[in-house]
Design a protein. Structure first.
Lengths: 309, 299
């Protein structure tokens, strides 16, 4: 607590002098963020131009919303939006339910050494890149050689084209994403579980409540705020289908169900050099995402007092 | 007070362990399979006779990769990129978190700067405008293109900022009274007590830099300049071409042709790409857990 009142000019001068080093410290970060983050935001103007790279940002012709009109008359665009939302919703739901269940089961393990062993194993995939994991899944899910299809054929099933079949592909994406993240996703719920007052369980036991009753009446309500919080925060990802995962596993055979906004933007922009059209698609995504992020942070603050800053 | 364990409770506990063991195996076995393939003879691999144990054990796939320059080059670029990236990230995180941790009376522009950074989390321009800026600032084909666009990880900075705010204010005031300036307070007072959080965000940025692949692919024009993950992404998607080229290029690789094929070398390359993450994994587990909890419950 500082009690100093800053009214007289000499003191105000002192204060600025005292603040000066703070400004100096901020210079490098402000400069780089200004150039790259804000600079790229300024670059969004090409969504409204007939952008020609050789003419640059200032020389290209302005065409208003024509890029957007062209974008939304593309035959694939609504399928792409639908795929994005479906895949991200699937990941959202799986990404809440599985970690919660896993945390609840882990919480019942009495031995802390066993508990740690389970945790150590299931957290691993979370830290590996989708390039590595895509390489892994392309191998183990291969219809001809993969170990998964070898096992399925012993059961008389398959072969299943996990990454090459239109129906199987989005399901594979949801399942493999949940596989990657459920272990580490449970950390937050385990933390919430340790925060539950143990005396609640003791008094419930005295009242004759069984373990199942205790789970329903104490444990679940105890972590409900966290569950709601994570659900709300995950809403911000509604247009993030998972570029890293999908770009590294998809193929033209599954475009109709597996192509998402980010991969669409990438192919349009980087591979076909349609800079303006691709930026328009990206801007559409950024604006919708911005709305979802703001709403989800607002709700997170309301329901759980969560603030990023 | 000895608790009596009922029969139904016992059944539950057994079932619980069965489920947890199954979940653990589900996470582990894919890697075991891949590892077994990387150490197996190509004949066994083609005949689908490899499950979770190498068949015709050999390390030729690893020798093959380490003999081909492409992998080592990409590995070295990744090491440089990660070292540079983590250093830049940490420097900027610390230099930004400290001023923003000050109260509004101590640093009047605090709010203004905070929003300046937070907005970049809320709204991102996307890949094409970023690509154009990187090109405009002449970073294409330079290692800096992988470091400067994300020089300040804002979320990590907020985690550190919250931590510094939670430090006892009396400490800072005592330092001020003793005549220490901000730079000195930051260096000899705040940094030493913030090591756990700084370790957390350092690991965060290490994993991010090591795992990034997409920036390398779009900001580098030649595959020889790709960091490891971008390189892996390219050769794993098109292994046959890589294999054909590599065998044509060098005679010293010919001797491996009878024992390795694209699948065994791929498996080996994926494994080598995981090693740095596995090496820091014990720390990751420890610090990420605290970091995650820190970042999410702090108001």
């Amino acid at each position: 607590m500082t009690m100093r009142a800053n009214v007289n000019p000499a003191k105000r001068h002192d204060k600025l002098k005292r603040e000066l080093p703070l400004y100096m410290m901020l210079i490098p970060a402000v400069a780089l963020v200004a150039v790259y983050s804000y600079g790229s935001m300024a670059g969004l103007v090409i969504a409204f131009q007939k952008f020609v790279p050789t003419k640059g940002l200032f020389g290209s012709e302005w065409i208003g919303l024509r890029n957007f009109r062209n974008l939304f008359t593309m035959p694939d665009i609504f399928g792409v939006i639908r795929n994005t939302v479906l895949i991200s919703m699937g990941k959202m739901i799986g990404g809440i339910i599985v970690p919660v269940l896993f945390a609840l089961l882990l919480n019942e393990v009495a031995s802390s050494r066993l508990k740690r062993t389970y945790q150590t194993i299931v957290y691993i995939p979370n830290f590996l890149s989708w390039v590595i994991l895509a390489g892994l899944f392309v191998d183990i899910l291969s219809p001809s050689n993969g170990i998964v299809n070898q096992a399925l054929s012993k059961l008389g099933v398959g072969p299943v084209f996990f990454l090459g079949d239109k129906t199987a592909y989005p399901i594979t994406m949801v399942v493999t994403e949940v596989w990657k993240s459920f272990g580490f996703g449970s950390v937050i719920y385990l933390a919430a579980l340790t925060g539950i007052d143990p005396s609640l369980y003791e008094s419930a036991e005295i009242d004759g409540a069984g373990r199942w009753r205790q789970t329903l009446a104490i444990t679940l309500p105890g972590i409900m705020t966290t569950i709601v919080l994570m659900t709300v925060l995950s809403m911000a990802n509604v247009l993030n289908g998972g570029f890293d995962q999908i770009y590294n596993t998809y193929s033209p055979a599954v475009y109709t169900t597996g192509d998402i906004l980010d991969t669409f933007v990438y192919r349009l922009g980087i591979q076909n050099a349609q800079f303006a059209l691709s930026t328009a698609a990206g801007l559409f995504k950024s604006i919708v995402s911005f709305a979802f992020i703001v709403v989800s942070y607002f709700l997170a603050d309301r329901v759980a007092g969560y603030r990023i800053y | 007070m000895a608790k009596k364990v009922s029969a139904s409770r016992k059944t539950f506990l057994v079932a619980n362990h069965v489920i947890l063991i199954a979940a653990s195996l589900l996470c582990l076995l894919p890697f075991v399979n891949l590892l077994a393939i990387s150490f197996s003879n190509k004949i066994a691999v083609v005949a689908r006779e490899v499950a979770f144990w190498p068949n015709g054990f050999n390390v030729d796939a690893y020798k093959f990769i380490l003999h081909s320059n492409a992998f080592s080059t990409a590995l070295w670029i990744s090491v440089k990129r990660t070292a540079l990236g983590v250093a830049v990230n940490l420097a900027l995180i610390i230099l930004t978190a400290y001023p923003l941790s000050k109260s509004k009376t101590e640093f009047r522009a605090r709010q203004w700067f905070s929003w300046f950074f937070v907005i970049t989390i809320l709204f991102q321009a996307g890949m094409i405008p970023m690509y154009l800026i990187v090109r405009y600032t002449r970073l294409i084909n330079s290692l800096w293109s992988l470091v400067l666009p994300g020089a300040l990880p804002v979320f990590s900075m907020l985690v550190v900022m919250n931590y510094i705010r939670g430090l006892p204010q009396e400490l800072m005031e005592a330092a001020y009274i003793d005549g220490a300036g901000h730079m000195r307070t930051l260096w000899s007072l705040v940094l030493p007590v913030s090591t756990p959080t700084i370790a957390t965000v350092a690991l965060f940025s290490l994993v991010n830099h090591w795992n990034s692949w997409y920036d390398g692919m779009i900001y580098m024009n030649k595959i020889e300049s790709y960091p490891l993950q971008s390189y892996l992404r390219t050769v794993v998607i098109n292994p046959e071409a890589f294999f054909r080229n590599a065998t044509n290029m060098s005679d010293s690789l010919q001797r491996f042709v009878n024992t390795v094929n694209a699948r065994t070398t791929n498996a080996a390359q994926l494994f080598l790409g995981m090693i740095p993450i596995l090496l820091v994994y014990p720390f990751l587990q420890k610090y990420f857990t605290t970091g995650l909890v820190l970042g999410s419950v702090k108001g």
